[in-house]
Design a protein around this ligand. Structure first.
Ligand code: CMP
Length: 140
């Protein structure tokens, strides 16, 4: 089966606790390859645009404030069934519901400060990758 790509963010709660390497190791151990990576401080405009789909949700403002509260690491991950594989290793959005061994079970602080984001479909992966990366920044 051909490799596919997904988009990942290591969130401010994780960069603050110096967990970039530990989280990346879990992604790699799950069979995903980091084919693009950059550490950025998201602007408010970027956070609002990226999470526009959640605009009407009660947590939207807090989420945008949190995502701009410190550095994040945006990544493109490649592997067989990359979206699903990444969602499996991330675990449930709420760490209280996340399975043993998942990133969120091990590292997340709360449903908001949940250490990582991952695309939920191939279609959204492409949109999210294009939001943060130019094609030449992705080296597979
Ligand atoms: P993420 O996968 O990045 O997608 C939306 C984010 O909103 C989610 O992870 C959490 O960081 C945040 N969030 C905060 N509260 C909630 C909630 N009640 N339900 C879902 N997501 C939430």
């Amino acid at each position: 089966m051909a490799a596919t790509r997904t988009f990942s963010i290591i969130k401010p709660d994780a960069t603050r606790r110096n967990l970039t390497g530990a989280i990346t190791k879990k992604l790699e151990d799950a069979g995903l390859r980091v084919v693009a990576s950059k550490r950025i401080h998201m602007t408010r405009d970027q956070a609002e645009g990226f999470y526009a789909v959640h605009k009407e949700r009660p947590f939207y403002n807090d989420l945008c404030a949190f995502m701009t509260s410190g550095p994040v690491v945006v990544q493109v991950l490649e592997g067989e069934n990359a979206v699903l594989r990444n969602r499996e290793v991330m675990g449930a959005t709420n760490p209280a519901d996340a399975a043993e061994g998942t990133i969120r079970k091990e590292f997340a602080e709360s449903i908001e400060a949940n250490s990582v984001h991952g695309s939920d479909s191939d279609e959204n992966a492409k949109i999210e990758i294009d939001f943060f990366f130019k094609p030449e920044e992705i080296v597979g």
